[in-house]
Design a protein around this ligand. Structure first.
Ligand code: C5P
Length: 395
């Protein structure tokens, strides 16, 4: 499986002097749990927030801080690393990186690092919005330095704004993405996710239990493998993923319109992970309906997005989903043929860990030639298994 993993990767973690340094202790633990080995370099200021002993205990290796403790340590450490992560990256450290200043061990390691570098900026929002910092970040980005966060939220200074260091989970995902094989570069992938809402009137709608987690995981996995991604999402409670276009829709008609627009603009792959309504109220009243005793609703079939796109002359590779109650894949195989899909992902929603709103899934991928059984795993990993099969079929 091409699923980017941190197993056996060597990470050099630079910690600079911001309050978020305490979160990097957890980052080291999570990197180690993922199978990576971690060496830590701390700046002088970072040592005022967290002691080197803490990082030594969690990384199980000596923490480096000085250019002068060992000869050539600023060359040796980066040369042994697959990835340099700097978290938190303060305004000062970002400024040094951007200007080629090498007056301490971390900034010297940055300059001598030939591999990938990922920075997680963290600072007060006023500092983050200062043009000097923005220019430094833009310059680093143009030189290929990867960046994760910062996020908006409450800051240590008591203010609200952009400047919080990205969550540890996000830094881990960004690290995996940084090391991923970019085998989907050149593809333009459209992913639909979440439920639709079919309105009866301005306040009531018919919907379903879809959380959007599988679709969002697919969008993130495709992005991490180098594809250009558009995520078309029904209403979900999930954070909007970075590094992709995002289109918010509500009902099935809106989703169809958004998908058709993307297809006409050259999408090469359509992944329909959304739980699109099969029926919509025949009429949507402009005002709130009067409450009556009993109510019979007339429903009409919602537009079938896959069938519509499959008939287009320049159609993308189409992947659909079949959520079933029971383990028989026969109906899914028929659905794939009937709707003109190239691949269908079957899952039995009655299986533990594979139902609605779970963080894991267990699926069978059908593509006309082969059945690929993918065991229970996090949805991000399931997403990679689906993209692995897509890659095989497209090449
Ligand atoms: O036939 P069924 O609704 O079970 O098929 C599910 C697949 O079809 C999913 O991939 C879903 O996104 C897609 N679908 C669609 N348009 C609809 C309903 C479902 O494209 N109106």
């Amino acid at each position: 499986m091409k699923n980017p993993s941190l197993k056996n990767k060597r990470v050099l973690l630079g910690v600079s002097g911001g309050i978020a340094a305490y979160k990097s202790v957890e980052l080291v633990r999570r990197l180690k749990d993922s199978g990576a080995s971690v060496s830590v370099v701390m700046t002088e200021a970072a040592r005022r927030f967290v002691t080197p002993l803490t990082f030594e205990a969690v990384s199980r290796s000596k923490v480096h801080s000085s250019l002068f403790d060992e000869p050539l340590v600023h060359i040796a450490l980066p040369s042994e690393a697959d990835l340099l992560i700097v978290a938190p990256a303060t305004a000062n450290t970002i400024g040094k990186f951007s200007n080629g200043i090498a007056d301490d061990l971390l900034s010297a390691c940055f300059l001598s690092c030939a591999g990938k570098t990922l920075i997680a900026p963290a600072m007060n929002w006023r500092m983050y919005e200062n043009p000097a910092v923005r220019e430094n970040l833009a310059r680093l980005a143009s030189r290929g330095v990867l960046q994760v966060g910062p996020e908006p939220g409450s800051l240590a200074c008591g203010e609200e704004g952009p400047g919080r260091m990205a969550e540890v989970q996000e830094i881990i995902e960004a690290a995996r993405a940084a090391l991923a094989d970019k085998d989907l570069r050149g593809e333009r992938v459209v992913v639909t996710a979440g439920p639709t809402r079919e309105y009866l009137d301005p306040v009531r709608f018919l919907s379903n239990r879809s959380s959007g987690k599988m679709g969002y995981a697919l969008a993130r996995a495709a992005r991490d493998r180098g594809a250009g991604v558009t995520l078309i999402s029904g209403p979900t409670a999930l954070p909007r993923p970075s590094g992709m276009d995002f289109v918010a829709v509500e009902d099935s008609a809106g989703m169809l319109e958004a998908v058709q627009r993307e297809v006409s603009q050259g999408a090469t792959v359509l992944i329909m992970a959304a739980a699109v309504a099969d029926y919509a109220p025949a009429e949507r009243s402009a005002g709130k309906r009067e409450k009556s005793r009993d109510l019979s609703l007339e429903l009409k079939a919602a537009p079938d997005i896959i069938s519509t796109v499959a008939k287009a002359s320049r159609r993308p590779f189409i992947i659909g989903f079949a959520a079933e109650t029971g383990g028989n894949t026969g109906r899914a195989a028929e659905k794939m043929k009937k709707k003109g899909m190239d691949m269908i992902v079957f899952n039995d929603v009655t299986e533990p860990g594979a139902g609605f709103d779970t963080d894991t899934n267990k699926v069978v991928i059908l593509d006309g030639n082969r059945e690929t059984h993918v065991g229970l795993m996090p949805k991000y990993d399931t997403a990679h298994a689906i993209l692995d099969r897509l890659f095989e079929m497209k090449t």
